[in-house]
Design a protein around this ligand. Structure first.
Ligand code: CUA
Length: 330
């Protein structure tokens, strides 16, 4: 039995140690959170092993012989044992609470002078990211449906919701924070890894919860500045030129459009539904998607916030492009 126990233990230890259970660490905070995670996991594994070991041993050692149908003899208890199994958990739970508290304080301890503020707005079922310190022509802050941030700079996310409760999470960064209407919550991340990571809503928020995703792109400082300049240029540029680019990056994953070469299936096929529509109808379908739902599709799946994500110029350009691409309009 000891040998079997050792073999099973060795196999489980290999699974525990050699399978990469967690996503890559993409931020300073990820290292801190992972330390807490493994601290708690090791305690749990030890407690489980002791409890399971004693249980299995007791079942084997004190089993009733065949034919014995007596009740077991009444046992009063064991005061010493009860004190031990109360004190040990108290110590463990206190250790976990203190360590977690220290880790959270560490994770959120950033240099305020150096931070980049990003406002996160959640809405069924989309994310909007606003950079209050990066102004476009006319003084409007830069707004994007994609989260783009510079490497190694501490970022303070100020998070809120326009409707129900959502939750902002980039797994590689570990820090997770609820988005609640009427209040602004906060979290802090200092990205340490270049790349593109998913932004996920982790609070069941309605029919489109599973589709409430965006992406976080971490660029080096120069790349980030270039992105901001490009956004400024796009916002200022004449409308029609941007149409196709806007379509591919914002709409193509859900909608099929032959002209743009996209084949998304989540929303209606635009080659089918758009011909014959005028500019007003196309514009309404983008800004207020629930106003008219194509047969076989559900309301509330398409984000309701494109009226804010796109500038008026961008919206015009997109509509113009869609009309051209589907042979409608004038
Ligand atoms: Cu928003 Cu789930």
């Amino acid at each position: 039995m000891t040998l079997v126990g050792l073999a099973v233990g060795a196999a489980l230890a290999a699974v525990a140690l050699f399978v990469p259970w967690l996503p890559d660490q993409g931020a300073e905070q990820a290292r801190i959170v992972d330390n807490v995670y493994w601290f708690v996991t090791i305690i749990c594994v030890a407690v489980f092993a002791v409890v399971a070991g004693v249980s299995v041993y007791a079942v084997w050692k004190f089993r009733a012989p065949p034919g014995d149908t007596d009740d077991g003899s009444p046992i009063h208890g064991h005061t010493g044992l009860e004190i031990v199994w109360t004190i040990i958990p108290v110590i463990l739970v206190t250790a976990i609470a203190v360590y977690s508290g220290v880790a959270l304080a560490q994770a959120e301890d950033i240099d305020d002078a150096d931070k980049l503020v990003v406002e996160v707005s959640a809405q069924q079922f989309a994310w909007t990211f606003t950079y209050p310190d990066e102004l476009l022509e006319g003084g409007r802050p830069l707004t994007s449906g994609e989260l783009v941030v510079p490497l190694d700079q501490p970022i303070e996310f100020r998070i809120t919701s326009k409707d129900v409760i959502h939750s902002f999470w980039v797994p590689e960064w570990r820090m997770k924070q609820d988005a609640v209407q009427g209040i602004t919550t906060r979290t802090v991340v200092q990205p340490t890894k270049l790349g593109t990571f998913p932004v996920i809503c982790t609070e069941l928020c309605g029919l489109g919860h599973a589709t409430m995703r965006s992406q976080a792109r971490v660029l080096d400082e120069a790349g980030f500045r270039a992105w901001v300049r490009e956004q400024r240029r796009l916002a200022a540029e004449g409308a029609s030129v941007q149409g196709e680019g806007l379509f591919v990056s914002n709409c193509g994953s859900c909608h099929t459009l032959a002209e743009a070469g996209t084949d998304g299936q989540t929303g209606p096929d635009l080659d089918t539904v758009l011909p014959g529509q005028d500019a007003a109808a196309v514009s309404e379908s983008i800004v207020e998607p629930n106003a008219e739902i194509s047969e076989g599709f559900q309301p509330d799946v398409m984000p309701q916030n494109y009226g804010e994500v796109f500038t008026e110029q961008q919206l015009e350009g997109l509509v113009e492009y869609l009309l051209e691409a589907t042979g409608g309009g004038d």
